[in-house]
Design a protein around this ligand. Structure first.
Ligand SMILES: [Zn+2]
Length: 75
């Protein structure tokens, strides 16, 4: 996936992230083409993202960054 394709798909309100957060999210997206951004958004609306992704170290890294990062929650 190119950076442009990634930004088009993953820059959404449900996944607020700074540049570093988006980089972590891109790692996840690159490793998991089966998880599309629209699928993750549906899970986010239902508050079920963690149910499907909690065991994934790349997703965990993203979530941990977002919860610790003052910039991510600022957007
Ligand atoms: Zn951040």
């Amino acid at each position: 996936m190119t950076q442009v394709e990634f930004n088009e798909q993953w820059s959404v309100d449900e996944l607020p992230a700074c540049d570093t957060g988006m980089e972590l999210l891109k790692h996840f997206a690159d490793m998991h083409p089966e998880f599309t951004a629209s699928y993750i958004r549906r899970l986010a609306w239902a508050d079920e993202v963690d149910t499907f992704t909690a065991a994934d170290p790349l997703w965990t890294a993203y979530v941990r960054h977002v919860s610790d990062c003052p910039h991510c929650n600022d957007l």
